[in-house]
Design a protein around this ligand. Structure first.
Ligand code: SF4
Length: 195
């Protein structure tokens, strides 16, 4: 089958990491990965983003061909309560990250660390962020941590289970699924993110 341009969006995902590691301020680009799926679900009432345009899902699928055990993910991962609980937890952490940004906006000192898995503060002193306001940099550090955490979880579940097992409980997938259900009044059975 002839490949389309959107089959290569995994390159955009990889580029995000390369750019972000070179300069943390590129983490802001991740906001696009946050709003585009929600907008597409709200406008189209479908999960076309997951099925076609998600670079992360594509990358996990590609890496998983070599690295995944291809075991079925545990049932609890698919449960309504786990997915909803994980989304709620993720959003609370996201809110705390926004709060840190606001504190820096209000005069608190910038913290040049990237928090991985909500626990590990990775020092990031080498980042050159002097050209922007401290709160702009703080958001970049926080958002990069959110993106890195979700990627690490995605890679772990890719290795342990099926390549796209992250998609089973991905907060973006859960949110777009919820929007689809609201729009259509039913579960979107064409979701590509079933792991
Ligand atoms: S569930 Fe998440 S990672 Fe998977 S395709 Fe959708 S947005 Fe991408």
């Amino acid at each position: 089958m002839k490949r389309k341009w959107y089959d290569y969006l995994w390159i955009a995902e990889l580029s995000y990491w390369v750019l972000g590691l070179c300069n943390i301020l590129f983490a802001w680009l991740g906001v696009l990965f946050f709003f585009i799926p929600l907008l597409m679900a709200a406008i189209g009432g479908n999960k076309i983003y997951c099925n076609r345009y998600c670079g992360r899902g594509q990358l996990l699928g590609l890496l998983g061909r070599k690295l995944s055990r291809n075991a079925p993910p545990p049932r609890f991962l698919r449960s309504y309560w786990f997915r909803g609980g994980f989304l709620a937890f993720f959003m609370v952490m996201f809110g705390l990250m926004l709060h840190s940004t606001y504190r820096v906006f209000s005069g608190a000192p910038l913290r040049q660390t990237v928090t991985l898995l909500w626990m590990f503060r990775l020092p990031w002193q080498w980042a050159d962020v002097e050209m922007v306001a401290p709160w702009v940099a703080q958001f970049a550090f926080g958002f990069f941590g959110v993106m890195m955490t979700s990627t690490v979880l995605g890679l772990l579940t890719m290795v342990l289970f099926r390549p796209r097992s992250w998609c089973v409980y991905c907060p973006m997938g859960t949110m777009t699924q919820g929007i689809c259900k609201l729009r259509q009044g039913k579960e979107d059975v064409t979701c590509g993110g079933k792991g």
